[in-house]
Design a protein around this ligand. Structure first.
Ligand code: MRU
Length: 343
């Protein structure tokens, strides 16, 4: 999407084709820094340490990581080792396993010398497909937004979102943000309430950066503000992304999503989850079966970018990074095939 005045994807191959180029998202919005991943170990570190993040982008990065591993050694042993290394880099987003399985299935029947080229080609295709999926999600979401805006045509459509499910979390356009960008471009007045999304502040740092870059009116709010805004009629719909939707429709997404869904339900605000098929995990029965990433307590006790510690006591900090929103709280799933109502 728009960055420095040009349209760019969040991940591409390096100029020589042998690596992957990503933004170091730990530096945003202060510094726009592109980095080149040159090995499977680079890719694993970039995912684990969240230089790159967001379910679809994690998958795309892992796909290139596996291709880079095969360029060094195309054997079955190297494939299996790199697959496991990358799979364990982050536990919750199912797109990671999906992408690794895509690459492994594409290369396993091939002679070892042909595997790297085939893996890079498949990784490129995964990226192209992600862009197309998000465009389709956006088109269906645009129709939904038109309907929602028609209920109050005299004022902007107020959307609340949590975390970053934007182009920085995907290859382009984003999932939850795709309809926002399309609606804005189509002349529908959209205003976005951006949850800051403690503790890593993906909303305040990344979603706000994206929306500002695209000229979409938005307001960053403390995570605790959403319930009040919904109760006072200032939110027309909530739309979030997801790291995994399980067979029963439960939605695993950034910690705090569940509370937004509860507040939305209590106030009759529609709650939509945007996802491509690559985030649907039919093999996991319910949200209770999804591994919830536990990240460092330092993310709670320290604020990124300012170097300041916000708790000076010796208290422990816990940091579950995701939660599960039960399917019963979801109004609809916004997919590349259209809006699927929750049962
Ligand atoms: O920990 P993160 O920043 O990777 O979490 C990202 C999210 O929770 C997103 O909402 C999700 O991955 C969907 S991205 C389209």
């Amino acid at each position: 999407m728009k960055l420095d005045g040009t349209h760019q994807r969040s991940i591409t191959r390096t100029a020589d084709g042998a690596g992957a180029r990503i933004l170091d998202q730990r530096e945003l919005p202060w510094v726009v820094k592109w980095v080149e991943l040159r090995s499977v170990h680079d890719a694993e570190v970039a995912i684990r340490e969240m230089w790159t993040r967001g379910a679809p982008l994690i998958g795309a990065t892992a796909a290139y990581g596996l291709a880079m591993a095969l360029a060094e050694d195309g054997s079955d042993a190297a494939l299996d080792a790199a697959y496991t290394l990358l799979l364990e880099s982050r536990p919750t987003a199912v797109n990671l396993k999906w992408a690794l399985d895509q690459i492994a299935a594409a290369v396993r029947p091939l002679p070892t010398v042909d595997r790297a080229a085939a893996a890079f080609a498949r990784a490129d295709a995964i990226c192209d497909e992600d862009v197309a999926l998000n465009q389709a999600i956006g088109a269906h979401g645009l129709a939904l937004f038109r309907t929602l805006h028609a209920k109050h045509p005299d004022r902007p459509l107020n959307i609340l979102t949590h975390c970053n499910a934007g182009w920085l979390a995907t290859v382009d356009y984003g999932t939850a943000t795709a309809p926002i960008y399309l609606a804005h471009d189509a002349g529908i007045p959209v205003h976005v309430w951006v949850d800051e999304t403690r503790p890593r502040n993906q909303g305040a740092l990344l979603t706000a950066f994206e929306l500002a870059g695209h000229g979409v009116p938005h307001t960053v709010i403390a995570d605790n503000a959403g319930g009040h805004l919904m109760m006072t009629g200032q939110v027309d719909a909530v739309i979030v992304g997801t790291d995994r939707v399980t067979a029963n429709g439960d939605v695993c997404n950034k910690i705090g999503t569940y509370l937004k869904a509860l507040a939305a339900k209590d106030n009759g605000v529609p709650f939509y989850v945007a996802l491509p098929y690559t985030t649907f995990d039919a093999s996991t029965a319910t949200g209770a079966d999804v591994p919830i990433e536990e990240r460092s307590g330092e993310e709670v006790t320290h604020v990124a970018g300012e170097g300041g510690r916000i708790r000076v006591t010796a208290s422990n900090a816990a940091n579950p990074a995701f939660d599960v929103t039960p399917a019963r709280l979801v109004t609809g799933y916004l997919t590349e095939r259209g809006v699927v109502a929750s049962v």
